[in-house]
Structure formats: structure tokens, C-alpha cells
Write a protein of this length. Structure first.
Ligand code: NAD
Ligand code: UDP
Length: 347
């Protein structure tokens, strides 16, 4: 039973009727791997609202069953507990696949680096094979981490990156780079319709309080009155995108009539130092927490900012939610989650 009081037996429904091979209602059937995670749960909600039948597949490593509470009772929704590293159930029949399965927070993806790498690589192969079997369109959640510690700023899609192949972040960065390779090779070899998004730091409701990424860490620390832990001097930069904006980008990329010939950056170009983020969080939570400094993790990228010209011009997409606003919504969510007021994830 979760914080929202939803038992999992209500979330996992009998799979057979949903997976029997009949075509999905209205827009078809979409599979979302990593569907119980932060981004995946928002995507499932959006696809259901758009008229898809949705199957979430997750191993619940960082995903939570309560992220699916709002859609658990929807007749068009099914949730499967499965690891993408393992051979997929043979009775899944789908029209579209969104591959989001992978821990995204450095402490989580570094906890079992070999499994993280397998998740990206074997997961991509398993899902690309599924797409091949059903001639399904397939989307890959890639990452700005493919740019590593970038020497070109801001980062356009044509930049090949500056990644350490053997450091502690490599399991994630190189796994995601390999997955991009597999997606484009499957597309060239088998004519698959692929869409690859390079996602820059995204935040919002349904991040886990113990996720370890900077926005959730700072907000939770501020709400609890704990010290705000800035790693290093805090002069490193990131560009933070609110989750609703990102999900709109996913959908536009997936539905664009022609498949882009390369991965597409999706992120908010507003660039902030980590110190600036800490100050914004203190402001929006009215917190009196102190800012303290902790050692900078190995290979922590010094700067990050997406060049989103392609998405703007070809998908008509750009983020709308300013950081201060998005932080306030997210802080509201965490206040509720930590038991300080009624839950809700909408703005
Ligand atoms: P998250 O950790 O909340 O979600 C990941 C989900 O995948 C979780 O539900 C987890 O349980 C599941 N998962 C992990 N390994 C799996 C496996 N082997 N088999 C099945 N399920 C597995 O993270 P998120 O922020 O929602 O990220 C979703 C995707 O987007 C990831 O692929 C991540 O790399 C990518 N991404 C996210 C961001 C971001 O800022 N949020 C940035 C770049 C890329
Ligand atoms: N960071 C920080 N304090 C924290 C967590 C992260 O200063 O409690 C820093 C981290 O060193 C990095 C930035 O915030 O420079 C973004 O970290 P995150 O883990 O969110 O994402 P990533 O490094 O993968 O972009």
C-alpha cells in the first residue's frame, strides 16, 4: 500500500484481455517501459487522455506503484511487472513503444552499473525486436548525458560529445549512447520508424524524495529545514525543464509526420548555476535551511544547455513553464507527499 492508499492489486490487472492481440481503442495501444517512474507515469496519463490503450512495463527499481494511482482503475490501462533486460512476454501486441526504462539519477544508476548498462543495451534490443515483430513505431528516451562534459555550448544535436568511457557515469552515458546506435542501426537495417529524444534535466511532481537528483534533493531539504547540499562550488550549470513541457515534446516528436534523421534535443534552454537553483528553492519554500558544500562527484559535467532550434522549427515545440513556477508546483507536491497538505500533481 502506498502513500495514496492504493494497493497494487488494483494496479496490476489481469493481462490476458488487454494483451490478446486485438487492436487498441481509438489511437491504438502504446507500451511505456519505465511507466511507473517519474516521466513514465506522466506519459501514461497523457496517452490515456489522448485515447490510447496503455501498457506500463516496469521492474519497480526506482518507479513506484503509487505514481500510477490516478490511472490504475482506467479500463484502458494495464501494468506489467517485468525487467527489460529479460526476454519480453510474447503476448504483448503494440502499435507504439516508448522506451523509458532506466534509472536516471546518478546514485541509482551507479548502484548497479552493470545492470544499468544492460538495461540500456539489452532493453533497447528487446524492445526494438518487439517493434520489428509488430511494425510498431518506437521512441527512445536518450539523454543530454551523451554530450558528457561538453566542450561546445550550448549543445546542438550535431555535437558528438565528450564522455569518459570508464568513469562512474559511463554505465549510463555509454549505455544510452549504445542504445542510440542500436536504434539508428535497426532503422537503417529494418526500416523501423524510430524517434530518439535527448532529454535534458527535467523535474516535477512524482520525482522520489530520495531520488538523489538536485531538484528533489534541494526541495526536500528545504521543506525539512535540512542543509541544502551543493556539490562543489555550485558554479556548474544545468537547464531545467518542467515535466509537462517535456511530455508535450515527447508526443510531438512521436507524432511528427516524418521521422527526424537524428536524435532531437528536448529541454528548457534557461541555464542556471546550481547555486542559483538553491537560492530559488529557498525562496519558493520560504525555507531557512543553510547552504552547505559537499565534494563534487567525479566527472560532474560543468555546463549543460540544449540548443532546441530543431524541436522549435520542426515540431513547433518549446517549453512554457519558467523555473520559478515549476519549482513552486513541485514544492507543493513534495509538501503533500511529506504529509504537510493534500496530495495533487496538477498545476
Ligand atoms: P525514473 O527513475 O523515475 O524512472 C525510470 C523507470 O524505469 C522507473 O520506473 C524504474 O523502475 C524503471 N526501470 C529501471 N530499470 C528498469 C528495467 N531494467 N526494466 C524495467 N523497468 C526499469 O527516471 P525518469 O526521470 O522518469 O527517467 C525516465 C527515462 O528518461 C530514463 O530512461 C532516463 O534515462 C530518461 N531521462 C530522464 C531525464 C530526466 O531529467 N528526468 C533526463 C534524461 C533522460
Ligand atoms: N547536485 C548538488 N546537490 C545535490 C544533488 C546534485 O549540487 O544534492 C549537483 C550535481 O553535482 C550536478 C547538478 O546538481 O552538478 C545536477 O545533478 P543531478 O544529479 O540532478 O543531474 P545530472 O548531474 O545527471 O545532470
Amino acid at each position: 500500500v502506498c502513500a495514496y492508499g492504493v494497493a497494487m492489486n488494483r494496479v496490476i490487472k489481469v493481462l490476458k484481455p488487454a494483451l490478446s492481440g486485438r487492436k487498441g481503442i481509438d489511437r491504438g495501444r502504446a507500451l511505456v517501459t519505465g511507466g511507473a517512474g517519474f516521466l513514465g507515469s506522466h506519459l501514461c496519463e497523457r496517452l490515456l487522455a489522448d485515447g490510447y490503450e496503455v501498457i506500463a512495463l516496469d521492474n519497480f527499481h526506482t518507479g513506484k506503484r503509487y505514481n500510477l494511482a490516478s490511472i490504475a482503475r482506467d479500463a484502458s490501462f494495464t501494468c506489467i511487472s517485468h525487467d527489460v533486460v529479460d526476454t519480453l512476454p510474447t503476448d504483448i501486441v503494440v502499435d507504439e513503444i516508448y522506451n523509458l526504462a532506466c534509472p536516471a539519477s546518478p546514485p541509482h544508476y551507479q548502484a548497479d552499473p552493470i545492470h544499468t548498462f544492460k538495461t540500456s543495451v539489452l532493453g533497447a534490443i528487446n524492445l526494438l525486436e518487439l517493434a520489428r515483430r509488430h511494425n510498431a513505431k518506437i521512441f527512445q528516451a536518450s539523454t543530454s548525458e551523451v554530450y558528457g562534459d561538453p566542450l561546445v555550448h550550448p549543445q546542438p544535436e550535431g555535437y558528438f560529445g565528450n564522455v569518459n568511457t570508464h568513469g562512474p557515469r559511463a554505465c549510463y552515458d555509454e549505455g544510452k549512447r549504445s542504445a542510440e546506435t542500436l536504434f539508428f542501426d535497426y532503422s537503417r537495417t529494418y526500416g523501423l520508424d524510430i524517434r530518439v529524444a535527448r532529454i535534458f534535466n527535467t523535474y516535477g511532481p512524482r520525482m522520489q524524495p530520495d531520488d538523489g537528483r538536485v531538484v528533489s534533493n534541494f526541495i526536500v531539504q528545504a521543506l525539512r529545514g535540512d542543509d541544502i547540499t551543493v556539490y562543489g562550488s555550485g558554479t556548474q550549470t544545468r537547464s531545467f525543464c518542467y515535466v509537462d513541457d517535456l511530455i508535450e515534446g515527447f508526443v510531438r516528436l512521436m507524432r511528427s509526420p516524418t521521422a527526424p534523421k537524428h536524435p532531437v534535443n528536448l529541454g528548457n534552454p534557461g541555464e542556471f548555476t546550481v547555486m542559483e537553483l538553491a537560492e530559488l528553492v529557498l525562496d519558493c519554500t520560504n525555507s531557512r535551511s543553510r547552504i552547505v558544500h559537499r565534494p563534487l562527484p567525479v566527472d560532474d559535467p560543468r555546463q549543460r544547455r540544449p540548443d532546441i532550434s530543431f524541436a522549435e522549427q520542426q515540431l513547433g515545440w518549446k517549453p512554457k513553464v519558467p523555473l520559478s513556477e515549476g519549482l513552486a508546483y513541485t514544492a507543493g507536491y513534495f509538501e503533500a507527499l511529506l504529509g504537510r497538505r493534500q496530495p495533487g500533481t496538477s498545476r
